[in-house]
Each structure stands twice: as structure tokens, then as C-alpha cells.
Design a protein around this ligand. Sequence first.
Ligand SMILES: [Zn+2]
Length: 344
Amino acid sequence: MLLLVGIAVSALVFSHGHAQTQPSQAAHRFQPIAPGVYSAIATGTLNVGSNSCVVVNQDDVLIVDSHISPESARVLIRELKSITDKPVRFLVNTHFHFDHANGNQVFTAPVDIIGHEFTRRKLLGDVLAKGTIFAESLAALPNQIEQLKQRAAAEQDAAAKARLDQQVRVQQAYADQVKEVKPTPPSVTLNDHMTLFRGDREIRLIHLGRAHTAGDVVVFLPKERVVCTGDMLVAGISNLSDGYVNEWPDTVEKLRALDFTDVIPGHGEPWKGKEKLDHWQAYLRDIWQQASKLHDQKVPAAEAAKRIDMTAHKNHYPTITAPGVAPIGVVRMYDVMERRAEQN
Ligand SMILES: [Zn+2]
């Protein structure tokens, strides 16, 4: 599944060259984006699931997304002390997915957890139930660990083997850490937008429309010209399994209208500029068009997933090596086409 692949790949990439020499290395590096604004990126020593954005204000701190487990959220708060002593006052959930919101329970009063009404509804509901993105990822975990072990055992290169061994340890620890998750909804909700003024910092929380989920919120800092997008935009291909692929390009168009230079995506390295928005819109329009055509021809979703060919986009998304896409995204697009998506 794409999310898990993303986690594995980022662990691999970010552990490169450091993990062997510094086994007790911090779980995050805080990459400065603007004065007081950081992207907290995983180093690979802990499964944190997704990026967080950290906004250090005059008297307090706002964090965007709480990571994949209570433990990874606690480690984030602890490591935050390397950049500031100020207390965390706000947590924003960009959306309800487990890799962004499973750390919520660690953020207790006086911290306000802010998210879209839809995110609250989802996190009050049965996000742990069978068939949800979280349950599916947990079900896939033992097999994923087994595959990592096999790859580690077969690896000849010592450095590569050490990285794989680390991923095994990290994912085994995660399997344990995830047991204490109690889905915790936002305590403050928005439907459209909300602005926080903290000292001279202006922080806009905006729901631009449906995209990765029905309740995506982006965090926009107009003075610093930084946007934290959650998984509306990621460094590679975002997971489509709760998405509105047909509406997503229009929502990205509204994002484009914001005056930003720096993007902190839900996964992967931050970047500058708006070019990646074009690439992602083109990908979404193409996959929706191909899926619609196959749906019209009454081709079942599993078969359509094999036939959809996104190789035209491989220059922008190097993980595309052959025709075929993840079936879960096609199932979702069919649900949207047949108007079943509103129920879940
Ligand atoms: Zn997500």
C-alpha cells in the first residue's frame, strides 16, 4: 500500500549515512523554512508516519499533524526542546488519517486540537474498524516486516543491510507502539476557515474543498508565504483511498491562488514553488479520466487497476515503472462515481 511504501522509503532515504554512526540519533530533524517555521522530518530511527510542521510563535507553539502513534507524538514534543522552550498550545489536524492523527491523545488541555468538522466526525467514529485505511495498514504490517527481514537477510552490502535491519526494528517497535492508540477528535472545529493571531504571527487554517479527504485543512502563513498541505500534496503520489479525485484538481487550483513560496507537504521533503501542483493536477485528471472510461465499459475495479496506465507521468513520479495502479484508489474512484463515497 502506498502509504506504507512511503514510510519504508522515507525511513530508507533519511537514515542514509547517519544511522550506522549514530544509532541513538534523534527521530526528527527540524528543517527551518522561515523564521520560527520548521518542517519536522523523520530521520528513520522511529516510525513517525508523516511530516509535522512546527510554528514557533511569540509565546507558544503550533504543531501541524500529530504523527502515527502516541509515542511518536511524545518524541516530537520532547525533541522540540532542541529548538524552543515555549509550550505547545495548538495542534492542527490536516485530516483524519492515522499517520497524521494517531498522536492526538498526547495533546491534552490546555492544547486545543483544531480540525475540520469532518475530521472530528471521522475520529469520533469507527476509524479503527475493518476496511479503514488504518486497519488495512495494520493488517499489512506483519507481512511488511517479514519482507523487510527477508530483504535484510539477502542483502550483501553492509550499509544497505544495516538500513534494512533498522527498518525492521523500527516497524517492530511501531507494531507495539500503535496498541495504545485511542482516536481523539479535534476539540475545536472549522468548516471553512479560521485565523489565529499569535503575537505578530498570522496563521490561517483553510478548507479549500474536498481533495485527499472530505475535510482537508491547509495551514497558510501569509507573511512567511509558507503552506502546510497535509496529503493534498506530498512529495510523490498521494494515497487516493479516501479522496475525491474528481474534485481534487480544482481544490489544488484554489491552493495555487494563495501567495506562498514554500510548501511543507504531508510526506517527503519541503519544496519551493508551484510547479508540482501542475504535475499533481495532471496526474489526477488523467487517472480519473482513465478510470471513468473503464467504469463506463463496466470493467471491474480490480481489472481497471491493472489497465490504468500512468507511465506518462513517470518523469515527475519515478515510482511509476509500469502500467497498473493501486486497486484501493480505483475502488475509491468507483465509489465516488457511483455516489457511495458520501457514506464513508
Ligand atoms: Zn492521508
